[in-house]
Design a protein around this ligand. Structure first.
Ligand code: NAP
Length: 520
């Protein structure tokens, strides 16, 4: 069993005391252990702020972008090893592992290109200069890196992408990182961190890796530190009560639960191209990473008269899914990541099933193909069917974080579809499948403000669209309300969280000389 360690104050340290044990979710064998006992979290933050911050702020966007490029290359060289670790600790298929690992290197590479484009500057300009008098008195709104540490706390489901999508944006903005993966699946993020550190790419103090419990880390955040948290709404709610956030105004970005929707509208009738794309995307999102994606579809909203056909089409595809130990190459969906997850997903399916009917799957124990007898955290891909949107409140309230979604019939009106989407209280993404422009326009007015992203799949772009569950570095990721109210990525937009915007008023000639902003 491997002993994982933390990288704190530019030293690897194993921590002391009781360890948390990480397991292979297909076999329940222990694969690694870790602890953060004895680590001085206040000193870790101070080191990042005082050593890493100044070093990064002294660099231009182009130079920081080059660091990201080197990180992407170093990780890519170890791709096969990383995919294997992902399979062993996260339980997904090879494809699931690629989604996570390549998502991490792809996002680093994407932000490296943004750094190259932003060039030899150290600050960003928000809009054109504002004239405040008839002569020389003006204001520049500029973004400068915050002189603190960027704390990142990540969920178990994307140890690679979750870690490095945040690292990419922070480093490019000029902030040192203190990053913590979820303990249960930390092996992959630990190995990736080791590769980055061994490659000696980053300046001293720019990267701190906490492998295990956060301890009292968040009791020490200051006004110019930031917290980017990804995880459950419950944990987010608790963390928001910490004094740094309530009284210290430490910026916090929350990426939490989401009850994402797929909506079939007019002209996506059974058998049409849009219908087939909708079914393909829904099945992909339900089963990829065993449904443990914050962007996975949970609610499938369909015109009443197509409900039987849609349930049949999805159930038929799900019946081909082979659940089991991903070491067995016939397996197309692995286990959920932990014993707690398995318990929560089964209980969640039961809660939803109390208000709906089960089309296929359910909460019963599943013997995984290729897994030791009675071992592994397997769950059947599960499709449920509600009578209507209002008879199943749990469907709009409970995120079952596994391969589970519910079909909800509606009357076909755009306004009604938008109302049902909004019942989720704020989502990361909704997808529509329709070629009816009037319907789409009405739907967007009602539903877009309840989502961080909407994929409008229409016939002419059908071949080009990516599944809605895929988060792209150049599009916003986050969502309002229960999704946490956060906003990550989105190209240059993502940098703003790690920078302070200041309106600087003064003499236009002098400011043009002392501020390092791109000339208009
Ligand atoms: P979780 O239980 O809330 O844990 C998330 C992270 O918070 C872990 O790193 C955990 O560390 C840490 N944590 C827990 N208590 C803490 C505390 N008191 N102080 C500091 N850190 C603390 O969530 P999860 O089970 O890992 O992830 C699943 C959830 O994440 C799902 O609800 C999913 O929707 C959501 N998610 C959202 C997004 C998004 O982008 N919106 C992406 C992925 C997942 P330990 O592991 O050490 O306890």
């Amino acid at each position: 069993m491997i002993r994982l360690s933390s990288f704190v104050q530019d030293q690897w340290t194993e921590g002391t005391g009781d360890t948390a044990v990480l397991v292979n979710p297909s076999t329940e064998e222990a694969v690694a252990e870790t602890t953060t006992g004895g680590i001085d979290m206040a000193a870790a933050l101070a080191h990042a702020r005082t050593i890493g911050g100044p070093a990064l702020r002294a660099m231009t966007f182009a130079q920081r972008g080059d660091l990201l490029k080197q990180m992407a290359n170093a990780l890519h060289e170890h791709r096969e090893e990383l995919l294997t670790i992902a399979e062993l600790n996260n339980g997904g298929t090879r494809g699931d592992a690629k989604f996570d690992v390549d998502g991490a290197t792809g996002t680093l590479a994407s932000y490296a290109r943004i750094g190259e484009k932003l060039g030899d500057h150290t600050m960003l300009c928000d809009g054109p200069v504002t004239r405040l008098s008839r002569a020389r008195f003006v204001a520049h709104h500029v973004w400068m890196p915050r002189p603190g540490a960027a704390v990142h706390i990540n969920a178990f489901n994307f140890p690679a992408w979750g870690t490095f999508e945040k690292v990419a944006v922070s480093i490019l903005a000029g902030m040192p990182v203190v990053t913590k993966p979820a303990t249960a699946t930390a092996w992959l993020a630990w190995r990736m961190s080791q590769i980055i550190i061994d490659a000696n790419i980053l300046p001293e103090g720019a990267y701190t890796f906490i492998c295990g419990s956060a301890g009292d880390l968040l009791d020490h955040v200051g006004p110019h530190d930031t917290l980017a948290f990804t995880g459950s709404a419950d944990t987010a709610g608790f963390l928001r009560t910490k004094a740094g956030f309530t009284h210290g105004s430490t910026p916090v970005n929350i990426e939490a639960d989401s009850l994402n929707a797929a909506v079939l509208g007019p002209k996506a009738e059974p058998g049409s191209d849009l219908w087939h794309i909708a079914v393909r995307n829904i099945v992909k999102d339900m089963t990829q990473k065993t449904g443990q994606k914050c962007t996975a579809v949970r609610r499938i909203i369909v015109p009443e008269s197509w409900t039987d056909a849609l349930c049949e089409a999805i159930a038929e595809e799900l019946s081909r899914i082979v659940v089991g130990n991903t070491a067995d190459k016939s397996v197309t969906m692995g286990p959920v990541a932990t014993a707690n997850q398995l318990r929560d997903v089964r209980a969640g399916i039961d809660r939803l099933a109390a208000e709906t009917s089960i089309v296929c799957g359910g909460s019963q124990p599943v013997a995984g193909v290729g897994a030791p007898d009675g071992k592994g955290f397997f769950v059947a891909p599960t499709l449920l069917r509600a009578t209507d949107a209002d008879s199943a409140p749990a469907v709009h309230r409970d995120e079952v974080f596994g391969p589970c979604a519910t079909v909800i019939p509606y009357n076909g009106d755009a306004e009604e579809a938008a109302r049902i989407v909004a019942l989720g209280g704020g989502s990361l993404v909704s997808a529509t499948y329709t070629d009816d422009r009037k319907w789409l326009g009405s739907f967007l007015i009602g539903a877009a403000p309840w989502n961080g992203r909407v994929l409008a799949c229409t016939a002419k772009v059908a071949d080009e669209t990516l599944p809605p569950g895929m988060v792209l570095p150049n599009c916003l990721h986050g969502g309002p309300g229960r999704a946490g109210g956060g906003a990550e990525l989105g190209g240059v937009r993502g940098l703003e969280f790690y920078m302070q915007r200041t309106a600087i008023q003064g003499d236009s000639g002098i400011l043009a000389k002392v501020l390092d902003i791109p000339t208009e």
